[in-house]
Design a protein around this ligand. Structure first.
Ligand SMILES: [Cu+2]
Length: 334
């Protein structure tokens, strides 16, 4: 019986302390007041679908320009092949119709013809493979990144983080249809859009919630799409060349709210980007500097190691704070 009472007292005390824990948590000092809300000056929509749109969205990144050229090149090849095959078939149907050609020829194994119809397709395939692989590697490797963006796919929204600017992870969720303001796009507007500087190379690291599912972060106007895989990081890069608004979506059927996780990116001048960073309580100055700075671990990616630096601005490898004149080179966080 004594044991029972002892157990009872201990259990009650444990219950009290468990209840007390959240109270202690809520008693933390109040968070500092958030800076004034950021109002972007950019309102022109460039990367968005529109009625009767059938071609690419306008080219605003180096990558989208290359992709557009490659697409046109492939389209010409497809058109030529289609026309040649179609005219051959038409010729055969007319010329060798059983009325015009009652006694068919039994010719077989024409060596010259066989060489021709084997060689031409090989040449066509090589003509496609070489620029295709080149473009694939161009899209894959981030040369001289100015900053890094981390994208995480959740069920069902996106979160963004800018480690260089110390902009902490923030969520970007769809605005429900009944809360849309006049002029806002259905299923495309988000409550907290991502803001990126124009003319800066942004390394984009895409992943997904480890306890979640596969998504795909795609912005057609920026010619960017990478799968967001739990436990895996996919890399790519974008450099927006025109201030404007760009929309994107999740491109992987990820579940019941797949259609409700749009992407909105506002491309602004580096100065305006700094103001947005301040509104997000981050450290501005990393992307507005003239210098191009690598943010990767030196040696890990050969293409990133040759960061351009000016002779008067020595990069400071240890200090995380951006000096007034020089862009800092941060040690890679991998
Ligand atoms: Cu998704």
């Amino acid at each position: 019986m004594k044991k029972f009472w002892l157990f009872f007292v201990v259990a009650v005390l444990a219950g009290f302390s468990a209840d007390a824990a959240p109270v202690a948590k809520t008693a933390a000092p109040p968070a500092p007041a958030a800076p004034a809300a950021f109002m972007p000056s950019v309102t022109n929509v460039i990367g968005a679908p529109h009625n009767w749109g059938w071609d690419f969205q306008p080219d605003v990144t180096p990558l989208s320009h290359h992709m557009h050229v490659f697409n046109t090149y492939i389209t010409y090849i497809i058109a030529i092949i289609t026309l040649v095959v179609l005219s051959l078939i038409t010729y055969i149907i007319i010329r060798f119709h059983h009325k015009r050609n009652p006694v068919p020829s039994k010719t077989a194994h024409n060596t010259l013809l066989e060489i021709i119809w084997t060689t031409i397709p090989i040449i066509v395939v090589i003509a496609i493979v070489i620029p295709s692989i080149k473009l694939l590697y161009y899209a894959d490797r981030t040369e001289k990144a100015d900053m890094t963006l981390k994208v995480v796919g959740y069920q069902w929204y996106w979160s963004y983080e800018l480690p260089d600017q110390k902009v902490k992870e923030f969520e970007s969720r769809v605005i429900p249809e009944d809360k849309l303001l006049p002029g806002q796009r259905r299923l495309m507007e988000v409550d907290d859009p991502l803001v990126l500087p124009v003319g800066k190379t942004v390394r984009v690291l895409v992943t997904a919630d480890p306890l979640g599912v596969i998504h795909s972060w795609g912005v057609p106007g920026l010619s960017f799409k990478r799968d967001a895989m739990p436990g895996r990081i996919n890399e790519g890069w974008i450099r927006i060349e025109q201030p404007g608004i760009y929309y994107g979506e999740c491109y992987q059927l990820c579940g019941v709210d797949h259609a409700f996780m749009p992407i909105k990116i506002i491309g602004v001048t580096p100065e305006e980007f700094d103001r947005w960073v301040v509104s997000k309580q981050g450290t501005p100055g990393y992307a507005s500097n003239e210098l191009t700075v690598s943010t990767s671990t030196p040696g890990k990616n050969a293409g990133d190691a040759d960061a351009t630096t000016s002779p008067k601005a020595e990069p400071n490898l240890k200090n995380d704070e951006p000096p007034a004149t020089a862009a800092p080179v941060k040690e890679g966080k991998k």
